[in-house]
Write a protein that binds this ligand. Structure first.
Ligand code: ADP
Ligand code: ZN
Length: 730
């Protein structure tokens, strides 16, 4: 990028657009000139598109034919560090820059001029004739100093808008124009926080000091569930706001936002700005503009908030940093945790990675001294970590089609008798994962994917968890035509609920599974009811493992602790360890101690033993040693390559040609595995072939991969995706 930061009218400028082109396009700067980073509208063929002035023009295009930039948008130019961030993120994830820019321009109405709106306030005059409708309007305006539009005021007062207009005519109500997008209310960083325990205060002082230094640093904040990590990192937020810088808190799930906002209100007097798919267009537009102007101090959001145009970002918190939802699995394949660290390092910002069960990557970075680490080993107040034990399913009398062992059932009974809550955890949505024909053995598959259809009895349909396709449950077998022999095989939460209802007829049972709720709001409302005691037995998927508080819950029963250990995923052990500890952490949050019981067929499996022993450092050390020996992340580098197309043959042909053209990979010492059919060999009708590349940590893998992928020209209907540091291996 050049040192020039301003271009005069007629200067040649390079504009990066969000169009899928492989280069920056040249234009001339408009009348009045434009800054480096300016958001502009440019003509492209017959259309006008939005772009960013990325630098001086390259000059290889006939200057006589250059077209001028149409106009400069009325938003602050993209900052140099943001341009740098997008460039590096694109290089790291092997994403074309236009796709990266698209992430950074997801602002509804970005091209619109700043719009005004008319608001209504109390005026000095009194109308000659007072009616009850007029009184109501004035009462609404007297009540607080909220800002009302005509429609809002009329609705709040329960009158028609002509009543308001009448008051305006008399001077009793005033009209004024204000910008549509107003700054967010200011947070008060001087309010006192909760009195912290010594351990919490120590960690908080440390984080405050790092934020105060105003340079890049990452801290892994590890603390068991309920140890007060949120309280502690809110202190880092306070330090950041006190310095006049902005803070971003990333959460893995929208449903956690409301609880977090309540904590922010407690701590700083007002809430934070929200950025996620549940926010309205108006709010997103306001937030995007306000973070650029410094009118939003604290943003809480989903991973895409990393691409907001912060004016001065001083702190990024990644809560539940191990959570797999931080990895975007379609479109641009990026890990928000890693990108948070990258962005912070370019912004002189601090990072806090908070988790009870950090990812092995972060644990290893802390071991290696790249990240600082602070531990909060104790739970706050009287709460203690649950006692953990295995239920050896080999020794239990459990008939086919039943999943709650007699030992677990007795433990649940005891909780019910004591008036406490129990959670039965099963990470499977629906009624049964597989439906087979008892006559011919046929398994009902998705028409578009190589996966079994999952019965959802609640919806009375079969559903494919890959593509979302549903179909009615057939009465006769689609293969052999025999009637009434289709049977569910295996448990899902709905089936478990049925079993629990039979075992504990008196109990109030609640099922928490994402597909059973129409909206995040409905789900959150239900979670709150349950937390207040409106259920005796909670049956849930991994949804319940994520940060929600259930103070009355004292027993967690894990139906199938072995579930995650199957399969070839390199993170299977790590995931199971994290998930089991997260779920167990739901028990005994308040004053009552909790118990977690894990049903397993392999009580001697090293992962199960590590979970039960609670020896976290021991688990990570063993896991780290294995990964180091295998040369896999975080000790080696990996890329997953998927080729897909409508017909299997051409996909295999291209994959074979790519495999033979592996010279650029061999040149850097990287190893290529495959091609092989992907574990799910067909999704949405596309046949999938997988290759895997492994290399030493020090290898410049991205450049080699880019060279390699260029060797083979893809036919238009075949897609190639390269996933750096893959998290999933389907
Ligand atoms: P974590 O984020 O580690 O799960 P939280 O910060 O949510 O822990 O704390 C768990 C609960 O304990 C919350 O209800 C929180 O308000 C409370 N808590 C933690 N530390 C304190 C403290 N120092 N004073 C009062 N309440 C606290
Ligand atoms: Zn499908």
């Amino acid at each position: 990028m050049s040192g020039r930061s301003f271009f005069h009218e007629g200067d040649r400028v390079g504009v990066l657009t969000t169009q899928p082109l492989d280069r920056v396009l040249d234009y001339t700067a408009p009348a009045g000139g434009c800054h480096l980073g300016a958001f502009v509208e440019v003509p492209l063929g017959p259309r006008r598109v939005i772009g960013v002035v990325w630098g001086p023009g390259q000059g290889d295009f006939d200057s006589a034919r250059l077209r001028p930039v149409k106009r400069v948008l009325d938003v602050p130019p993209m900052r140099a560090e943001m341009m740098d961030f997008l460039g590096r993120a694109a290089d790291y994830t092997l994403t074309p820059l236009p796709a990266m820019l698209r992430l950074a321009t997801r602002a509804p109405g970005l091209g619109d001029p700043p719009s005004m709106r008319r608001i209504y306030r109390l005026g000095p005059a009194t109308p000659e004739r007072m009616t009850s409708a007029r009184e109501r309007v004035l009462a609404v305006l007297e009540e607080d100093d909220a800002v009302y539009t005509l429609g809002e005021l009329a609705e709040a007062a329960g009158v028609t808008s002509s009543v308001v207009k009448g008051l305006v005519k008399h001077g009793a109500v005033l009209e004024a124009e204000t910008p549509r997008d107003l700054p967010y209310p200011r947070l008060d960083a001087t309010l006192p926080g909760k009195a912290l325990t010594d351990q919490q205060a120590d960690a908080a002082a440390d984080l405050r000091a790092r934020v105060a230094e105003g340079c890049y640093a990452t801290t892994l904040l590890k603390g068991v569930t309920g140890s007060g990590k949120t309280e502690v990192y809110l202190e880092a937020v306070a330090a950041c706001l006190a310095r006049g810088r902005q803070a971003l808190v990333l959460l893995p799930e929208i449903a956690l936002t409301a609880e977090f906002l309540a904590r922010v209100r407690d701590r700083f007097g007002v809430g934070a700005a929200e950025w996620h798919s549940g926010a309205t267009m108006t709010e997103r537009r306001r937030l995007w503009r306000m973070v650029g102007q410094g009118g939003a101090q604290l943003v809480v959001g989903a991973r895409s908030a990393l691409f907001l145009p912060f004016r001065d970002l001083g702190l990024i918190v990644v809560d539940e940093e191990h959570d797999t939802s931080y990895k975007q699995e379609d479109g641009v394949l990026y890990n928000a945790r890693d990108m948070a660290v990258l962005r912070a390092s370019l912004n002189d910002a601090a990072v806090v990675l908070a988790s009870a069960t950090p990812s092995l990557e972060s644990w290893a970075n802390a071991e290696a001294g790249k990240y600082a680490r602070r531990d909060l080993p104790a739970r706050f107040g009287a709460a203690v970590l649950p006692e953990m034990a295995a239920i050896d399913l080999r020794a239990e009398d459990l008939p086919g089609g039943r999943w709650v062992s007699p030992s677990l059932a007795r433990a649940v009974e005891a909780r019910l008798a004591a008036g406490e809550q129990a959670l039965l955890f099963l990470n499977r949505r629906g009624f049964a994962p597989v439906t087979v024909c008892r006559a011919c053995g046929h398994q009902i598959q998705c028409d578009q994917c190589d996966t079994a259809m999952v019965e959802h009895r609640f919806m009375k349909r079969l559903m494919c968890h890959q593509c979302g396709e549903t179909k009615p449950i057939p009465e006769t077998c689609p293969a052999c035509g025999v009637a009434d022999r289709l049977a569910p095989v295996g448990p899902g939460v709905e089936r478990l609920a049925e079993e629990a209802a039979a075992l504990f007829p008196e109990a109030r049972i609640a099922v928490l599974s994402s597909d059973l709720f129409g909206s995040a709001r409905a789900l959150k409302a239900r979670i709150e009811e349950i937390a207040r005691g409106d259920a005796d037995i909670v049956i849930g998927t991994q949804l319940v493992a994520k940060g929600h508080n259930f103070p009355l819950l004292t027993l967690v029963g894990v139906i199938d602790a072995d579930l995650g250990l199957q399969g070839s995923d390199l993170r299977a052990a790590e995931r199971t360890f994290q998930l089991m500890r997260q779920v167990a952490g739901r028990a005994g949050r308040a004053e009552k101690p909790g118990v977690a019981l894990l049903q397993t067929h392999q009580p001697d499996h090293p992962v199960i033993r590590a979970i039960l022993a609670g020896d976290e450092e021991g688990f990570w050390r063993a896991e780290a040693a294995e990964r180091r020996a295998a040369g896999v992340p975080p000790y080696g580098r990996m890329a997953g390559i998927i080729l897909s197309g409508p017909e299997p043959r051409p996909v295999f042909d291209i994959a074979g040609r790519l495999a033979r053209a592996d010279a650029p990979l061999r040149a850097v010492g990287a190893q290529l595995f495959g091609p092989a059919p992907a574990p799910i060999a067909r999704i949405r009708g596309r046949h999938r072939v997988r290759l895997l590349v492994k290399a030493d940590r020090a290898v410049p893998l991205q450049a080699a991969l880019a060279d390699w992928a260029r060797q083979v020209k893809l036919p238009p209907n075949i897609r190639l995706t390269i996933d750096i540091d893959p998290q999933s291996f389907y």
